[in-house]
Design a protein around this ligand. Sequence first.
Ligand SMILES: Cc1ncc(COP(=O)(O)O)c(C=O)c1O
Length: 455
Amino acid sequence: MSDLDPIQIQEQGSFLTEEAPSDAIPERPMMAIAAMRLIDEELAVEGIPERNLATFVTTWMEPEARRVIDENLHRNFIDHAEYPQTFEIQQRCVRMLAELFNAPGETTGTSTQGSSEAIMLGALSLKWKWRERREAAGKPTDAPNLVFGGDVHVVWEKFCRYFDVEPRIVPLQPGKYTIGPEDVEPHLDENTIGVAAVVGTTFTGHADDVVGINQLLLDLKEKQGLDVPLHIDGASGAFVWPFLYPDSKWDFRLEQVRSINASGHKFGLVYPGIGWLIFREKADLAEDLVFYENYLGKTDATFTLNFSTGSSMVLAQYYNFVRFGKAGYRRIMEIMQENAKSLADDIAGIGKFQIIGEGEETLPLVAFNLAEEHPYDEFDIAFQLTAERGWMLPAYTMPPNAEKVKMMRALVKLNLSRSLVDRLHEDIADAIGTLEEKGPVSESERKRVKTSVTH
Ligand SMILES: Cc1ncc(COP(=O)(O)O)c(C=O)c1O
């Protein structure tokens, strides 16, 4: 890595023989190359992103995209006055996504740090719009609630806690991992600021019954005059459904869908962190959330939680849009889906597992669990796979009331080529073979299993 003599580097910065600085900024500098090596070597013990089958987040981009990212790292996105073209490119992305999600006319939206920020903003807009409606009707505004299923990401509960909204969570059941209108209906009332439905859940990759929930909300509007908006959490699915399931309605084609969030850094195929929030119409963004300010002589309108942030990922998103086009995105999604299908067939072929929700519309992933009781479980398999080949394939329990169900999930992203899929299949079979022979792994080994699937 370095052309310099290691002894010379050691003289300048003693990282080879001393502990890495950790509690205070060191008094003295070290050579740039020594600092770089210190960090490289610290990170060498981490997992290899290519073998991380737990994350939805992009782990590979083209060299040309990396160059765009690299060359714009010093461009603060919020400086719209100085970098108007960067802002225009962000607005182009907003318009392109609105078109992809079938917005009926002119709309608005923003880039964010990820879906979490987009969800916070989208849900705040639901709360503000509900308050406007209540105040206009002379009704109290002290008890807002938000309805969603146990299949949502943790950020929805976080929003409710941070912004003082009662969460009305529809519990899951063993074998039922998404929600529909019959689940939502009992929770709705005049204090419901909105319903959140997921397209591409974190836990199994499937979608809530958005068409059914939309119909329920339309009926409610017609019969009781209650206008409850629907927000779609398309963190992963909003970049998958338009390409793999174009005839399936989940977006602004459905009347009550007022806002959609998407993670550019998941199936938008950009490195972290970039997310998007798109409104159906300009009127769906609560005007009170927009801040107008005179910044360096120009009036800016913003509605993000952050201020300064990078431009690189916004530009990288635009790069992907123009580079791949719709046909390219479609082909990439199809490739991942084909490989996911092949992996699902292989895993089913081992004869021990059931594939969850096979044949349903889903993200390019395989969610599976053991079909019968064995002396070992999903957590043992996950540990064995990491120990034998370094795969990070998470094992986890489902949210309430399906918490007794154990699950495994393998994301099939663009860098999981067919030969890696085949390798993974053989490694799962080998791990099972080892466990059949030696029995379950130890308690301390089980503690090292990757159990978080919330990204
Ligand atoms: C359905 C869903 N919503 C929200 C999030 C949070 O997204 P982000 O990591 O972009 O903040 C995730 C992350 O995996 C998710 O899967």
